[in-house]
Design a protein around this ligand. Sequence first.
Ligand code: B1M
Length: 216
Amino acid sequence: MKELLENGLSNLYQTVLNGKIKDVKDLTLSLLEGNFEPQQLIDNALIPAMGEIGARFESGKAFIPNMLLSAKAMKIALEEIKPYLNPEKKVSTGKVVIGTVKGDLHDIGKNLVVAMMEGAGFEVINLGVDVPEDKFVNAVIEHNADILGLSALLTTTMTQMETVINACERAGIRKKVKIMVGGAPISESFSKKIGADAFTGNANAAVLTAKRLIGK
Ligand code: B1M
């Protein structure tokens, strides 16, 4: 059984790493139906595969088309996993507006945060990628959001988070909404420096922090 488990995870890891987008949906479904824990697939196959493709890109062993295929494979897998994360939850835990900041097209980590939050009962308004500050502000007002989540993966775009926070101040909504930031280059000290309410390093912690921020 242990071997089967390890093979299943390793197959999914290889499938995402090698960007086999035709195989990934069926494989993910068969693992879920074979009683693999959804969280286990995320933590032990999908995230490590994205880490490895990033490392290969950095060392010149993989290129942007490889990263794109891996990213697409991860998205397909995540779509299959989402309904398994917490199917019973019916009551809304809180409302979250979330997006990747302007200039940044990375959305895998942010989508993982969305999936985990939805699984925990949050109502999530996902604005996608390359989101300008006024779009964040308008969405928070329109949806009366409890939490605004900002994601950035590039050192060149992380500064955009402060621009969004300043836009919230100008619009008079800063005190009404809790602001969470995350993404590979973001740190606790950066979060404090720009005046965010919280930083979290991964999707599981994001859910716990979101609950804490709104007293749930
Ligand atoms: Co990009 N890229 N990329 N890329 N890419 C990185 C980020 C990079 C580190 C790769 C490298 O050089 N090693 C590097 C950034 C360097 C830097 O800024 N210091 C980089 C670069 C340079 C670039 C381009 C500039 C490359 C080029 O064109 N020359 C370009 C920029 C495009 C743009 O955005 N304008 C680019 C493009 C791309 C692709 C489009 C090909 C693709 C993205 C596809 C997509 O997302 N749809 C891509 C990918 C896939 C990566 C890597 C390989 C993987 C990112 C990822 O998905 N990780 C990445 C290298 C790496 O990270 N090792 C890289 C898996 C994901 C689960 O983790 O996103 O960190 P992560 O999310 C985590 C946490 O950070 C946290 O929770 C998540 C789950 O645990 N989290 C939050 C994230 N958001 C959160 C929000 C929260 C809370 C937690 O609250 C709101």
